[in-house]
Design a protein around this ligand. Structure first.
Ligand SMILES: CC(C)(COP(=O)(O)OP(=O)(O)OC[C@H]1O[C@@H](n2cnc3c(N)ncnc32)[C@H](O)[C@@H]1OP(=O)(O)O)[C@@H](O)C(=O)NCCC(=O)NCCS
Length: 188
């Protein structure tokens, strides 16, 4: 899979990305805002294991964010099951040198559209920690709406925290096609 965007590319992970993944992922400022499944420190071995584990996963739902050809972040979604099979939870991170250039927002818009179109979803949601103002801003810029504050729902780095629930909801009358930008509230 490959989505060529203005500032970056969202594409399948490759084994050759391991070195860049470990170098960029080994960052406490990133780890502090992600689930504990994201390693810290992030070693080359962790990077190889991660990329290798994706090879056997179908459908493909976790992708590299590449800048100038080099893996510089990750964006992925978890498809829910059973009666929630029209929903997916999305997550992402970007290498710190590239923060503040709109890349995460562009990647999030593209992958939201991809997830909805490919898996016939009605809803994609994210659960940033309440302190993560940058991620909340990214979600808002990508058309997600704040739905709820999940009080004292998580513990990170030994601190109990609220999580904020943001969702991109496809309106009842809309059908998002792979080529269309995801727009909230306007049927496509
Ligand atoms: C969150 C993250 C992906 C944002 O990436 P990015 O490419 O810098 O995001 P963008 O440039 O698209 O947008 C960032 C926005 O947040 C704003 N922002 C950044 N830090 C901020 C802060 N401390 N307070 C308020 N706004 C902030 C920026 O000004 C920008 O908004 P603007 O365009 O209105 O000026 C990146 O910081 C990251 O990887 N963080 C660690 C991992 C993480 O938090 N992942 C998300 C888990 S839910």
């Amino acid at each position: 899979m490959q989505l060529t965007l203005t500032s970056c590319e969202v594409r399948s992970w490759r084994m050759g990305d391991a070195e860049a993944l470990a170098r960029h992922g080994n960052n406490r400022n990133i780890w502090l805002n992600l689930r504990d499944a994201f390693p810290h420190p992030y070693t080359p071995h962790d990077a190889r294991e991660f990329i290798n584990s994706l090879r056997h996963r179908a459908p493909e739902t976790t992708f590299a964010i590449a800048v100038n050809g080099e893996a510089a972040g990750s964006v992925g979604f978890v498809l829910r099951h059973d009666v929630e099979r029209v929903s997916a939870e999305i997550g992402y991170w970007l290498a710190e040198p590239f923060w503040g250039r709109g890349m995460a927002t562009e990647a999030l818009v593209a992958i939201t559209r991809y997830a909805i179109a490919t898996h016939h979803l009605t809803r994609v949601y994210a659960l940033p920690f309440a302190w993560n103002t940058a991620s909340c801003r990214v979600l808002e810029k990508a058309g997600y709406t704040l739905e709820a504050r999940l009080r004292r729902s998580a513990i990170k780095n030994g601190v109990i925290t609220d999580q904020l629930q943001y969702a991109f909801v496809v309106p009842e009358t809309a059908a998002i096609n792979a080529g269309d930008p995801p727009r909230r509230g306007s049927p496509d």
